[in-house]
Design a protein around this ligand. Structure first.
Ligand code: AMP
Length: 140
């Protein structure tokens, strides 16, 4: 399979590792959005977060929390944007699950993920409630 992150896991491409364990690898992004921008990946290939089994998802979450603490302790930050671009329509360029951790220094423009959606629909509580009912009654 032609996957750049699998190649990193295999040691075929160099990377700036910040944490590694049996199931996950975390390394600094080659095009950082802020200093310390890190990516946390499962070592086993999967494209979508929901493709991970519970153990792999738990390992990814645990490593992400650990790396967040490492970054804040190193950089003196307290805040971060933590995000997954989950599939190409969500902007995913590397089709191997990865959690972005972008430390947000004091005084950083506090852009939330909401800024990605300037053309959002009007809030409509009855539509929201009806959609919630459909989702709740749909098998995953
Ligand atoms: P995404 O758009 O969520 O798929 O983001 C992919 C990220 O991977 C981008 O932020 C890239 O800068 C980063 N990236 C791609 N190749 C490498 C690499 N070899 N080492 C580190 N980061 C990479």
């Amino acid at each position: 399979m032609d996957c750049v992150f699998c190649a990193i896991v295999a040691g075929d491409i160099p990377n700036a590792t910040v944490h590694e364990d049996e199931d996950t690898l975390a390394f600094l992004d080659i095009n950082p959005l802020r200093p310390g921008h890190a990516l946390v990946i499962p070592k086993s290939h999967a494209q979508y977060f929901a493709d991970l089994d519970d153990a792999a998802a738990a390992a990814l979450t645990s490593s992400t929390r650990r790396v967040v603490r490492q970054l804040h302790a190193t950089l003196g930050t307290t805040d971060a944007t933590i995000a997954i671009n989950d599939g190409p329509s969500a902007g995913q360029e590397v089709p191997h699950v990865h959690v972005h951790i972008v430390p947000r220094p004091d005084g950083d423009a506090p852009t939330p993920i909401h800024a990605l959606f300037p053309d959002r629909p009007e809030s409509d509580m009855s539509a929201i409630t009806a959609l919630a009912e459909r989702i709740r009654t749909t098998a995953p």
